[in-house]
Ligand binder design. Structure first.
Ligand code: FAD
Ligand code: NAP
Length: 337
């Protein structure tokens, strides 16, 4: 196991926050993971599991040992009729896995193109975009149980997937390290183009409807709307889209006739957090080294030398203003350490 000592985490998080860590352990396989938790050298240290650092905000230097998960490998387990089971190491980059699926004509993840981060972190918040969520292609996962030191298997039900949520963000938080994820993909995909301008792009460019063209459309839309973390530090959406009860929606829609909304299930309505943030005047606001993105106000940004604490404070000011104006609580999506 490769151990780095007293290093900057700037290149290990997409916000580009320059926090420091005493130890960063590069974990290449299950044995090294077990060693990190069992060996006398590291047993006593608290740990922080890190994938691509694209859903993390560091607000201080880290006393915890950082376990950087690099477990690799993509393996086709079996193919029956049009269904394919594929097992992927937790440290594989998510988007590289999507590209691998396109190369093999395996459908299911094309709408999730260009999401940063690792495969192992994807189940943590049940990543989602353009009408598809990880749970739609999920079969099972394996995770190292910290308490017992054993590898445990989880099926879909046990993962308790929900909107940007799972067992691993809830009751299972800090108890498991995901080591691999098994996906159920298909050679006969049902295309999902109902969302966020994909169909429009397919029509405008007169593209054939296939997984490759859907992926390319999603990539194009994302590149025009979202800041590239390589150029401007960010962790994607800082907040989840709130889901509110019908009576509150009814009251708000009398005041705000243009209130965008998406029914989720009976009696619950999703409101785009970006709209709420814009209504409170935050869109494009810059405070020295940090700010709210000018095109997508759901994304908080670090222009270079911003501090995690400053971004956290800004996020709390945004939450307070939305609570005051709309009576809606914005929940954080990004994990703060
Ligand atoms: P990290 O940020 O490293 O970790 C996130 C959390 O998971 C932490 O709590 C960490 O401790 C834990 N963790 C990481 N790996 C493991 C593991 N193997 N086992 C146990 N715990 C683990 N998200 C979406 O859902 N949809 C989007 O469309 C989307 N778009 C984005 C666009 C941009 C530009 C950016 C910067 C982010 C976006 N995100 C999106 C958020 C982010 O990419 C995802 O949440 C991603 O899954 C995080 O992966 P990661 O490897 O970077 O996780
Ligand atoms: P958008 O298309 O401008 O829509 C704004 C919000 O409204 C979205 O977040 C989406 O919620 C919701 N929405 C839009 N069309 C919908 C529909 N047909 N049915 C139900 N809900 C609908 O969103 P965007 O900001 O450009 O993002 C596009 C997609 O990428 C979204 O799915 C978004 O979640 C995802 N994304 C996520 C992150 C992240 O960090 N989590 C970052 C960038 C983009 P949902 O979020 O529930 O889809």
């Amino acid at each position: 196991m490769f151990v780095k000592k007293n290093i900057s985490l700037k290149s290990y998080n997409t916000f580009g926050i320059d926090a420091r860590a005493q130890f960063l352990l590069e974990i290449e396989n299950d044995e090294q993971l077990s060693e990190a938790y069992q060996s006398s050298q590291f047993r006593a240290l608290p740990k922080l599991v890190l994938g691509g650092g694209s859903n993390i905000l560091f607000t201080k230097n880290q006393r915890k040992a950082i376990l950087k998960i690099n477990i690799r490998g993509i393996e086709v387990l079996d193919q029956k009729d049009h269904e394919v089971r594929v097992k992927v190491g937790a440290g594989e980059a998510w988007h590289q896995f999507v590209l691998w699926c396109l190369d093999h004509d395996f459908g299911g993840v094309e709408n999730l193109s260009l999401i940063p981060g690792t495969v192992g972190a994807a189940p943590i918040q049940n990543i989602g975009a353009y009408g598809v969520e990880l749970k739609d292609v999920f079969e099972s996962l394996e995770a190292y149980e910290i308490k017992s030191g054993k590898i445990r298997s989880f099926n879909k039900e046990q993962c308790q997937f929900d909107y940007r949520h799972s067992f691993f963000k809830g009751r299972g938080k800090d108890q498991f390290v995901i080591t691999s994820v098994t996906f159920m993909l298909t050679t006969r995909p049902i295309f999902n183009v109902s969302y966020g301008g994909i169909q429009q792009m397919i029509d405008e460019k007169e593209l054939e409807l296939n997984i490759r063209n859907i992926s390319e459309s999603v990539i194009h839309i994302r590149q025009t709307k979202l800041p590239d973390p390589i150029k401007i530090g960010n962790a994607g959406s800082f907040f989840k889209n709130p889901i509110i009860e019908k009576p509150l929606y009814d009251a708000l829609s009398l005041i705000y006739e243009d209130l965008p909304h998406y029914p989720v299930d009976l009696g619950s309505i999703k409101i785009p957090a970006a709209w709420l943030i814009e209504q409170c005047g935050w869109k494009g606001k810059r405070m020295d080294q940090i700010g709210v993105h000018e095109r997508q106000p759901l994304v908080l940004v670090n222009y270079g030398e911003g501090k995690g604490k400053e971004i956290l404070k800004l996020s709390e000011q945004i939450q307070a203003s939305i609570q005051k104006k709309f009576g809606i609580e914005l929940a954080r999506e990004v994990n703060v350490f």
